[in-house]
Design a protein around this ligand. Sequence first.
Ligand SMILES: Nc1ncnc2c1ncn2[C@@H]1O[C@H](COP(=O)(O)OP(=O)(O)OP(=O)(O)O)[C@@H](O)[C@H]1O
Length: 298
Amino acid sequence: MITLRNLTKRYGELTAVDGLDLEVQPGKVTGFLGPNGAGKSTTMRMVVGLDLPTKGQALVGGRRYADLRWPLREVGALLDAKAVHPGRSVKAHLLALARSNRIPARRVDEVLETVGMGKVAKRRAGGLSLGMSQRFGIAAALLGDPPVLLFDEPVNGLDPDGVRWVRQLMRSLAAEGRTIFLSSHLMSEMQLTADQLVVIGRGRLITDVPMRELISGGSSVSVVCPDAAGLAALEARLPAARAVSLNELLVPGATPQQVGDLAYELGIRLHALRENEVSLEQKYMELTEHAVEYGATR
Ligand SMILES: Nc1ncnc2c1ncn2[C@@H]1O[C@H](COP(=O)(O)OP(=O)(O)OP(=O)(O)O)[C@@H](O)[C@H]1O
């Protein structure tokens, strides 16, 4: 579990993180969203002791990072995939990390296999492609087999196959009971990966909500009916319905079952009956409408 208590970070005049209170629970993937500059990376950096809070606390398993004896065994993080010694080999870098936290050397080969880098262990870390660097960073995060993992934009630079691999990895790590805290700007991917969503804007919490709850509210049903009289009869019985074309109605707040049963009762022929879920992207845009700091003006 990750616990943030009144977590605050100021850089001079700028308040990057502003009194965040949050519990990131184990056994779930928690997505961490917010516009550019909202304070996501700064928050994650404070959890792993790379930045000190101006006020408040960030705790891993109830303890501050600085108080963890073998931090890599408690929390793993991929924050900046390019932040490695460029001249060292992939394997040497991981071996050094392992030694610093008394992690057995065989674990290095294991994590390299997990991320599909067994064959490039001897390559220089500085010569890796962006996608390979991401995999390498994930290997480093997994090294200590920690119960808590943070990933800042892990799919950045990955090909579609890699993106899917990361999604499956996140899901399986959460299924093992770990705490997974994941930031990404790819809404469609986040919708497929996260169970819980934390949205921040200008350093403040906007919402902390289960994904299902967020995207289920506000769904609608589309009904396609080939004859005008049938469509009019349906519209008359569905007060929220509005025509979107000559043969189609949109019914906000209804379920396909309700509309299908009504059509059956009225003896009306339908050509299509579709549920339109609200996308995470749509909900996210609504939630962060007033929190976008560096948005385009048009
Ligand atoms: N070391 C620093 N010194 C001064 N300002 C900083 C520093 N690090 C971050 N900031 C500022 O703090 C704010 C939050 O930045 P942060 O990188 O945490 O946002 P983010 O949500 O991760 O953004 P993005 O989605 O663009 O990665 C920004 O305004 C940023 O410019």
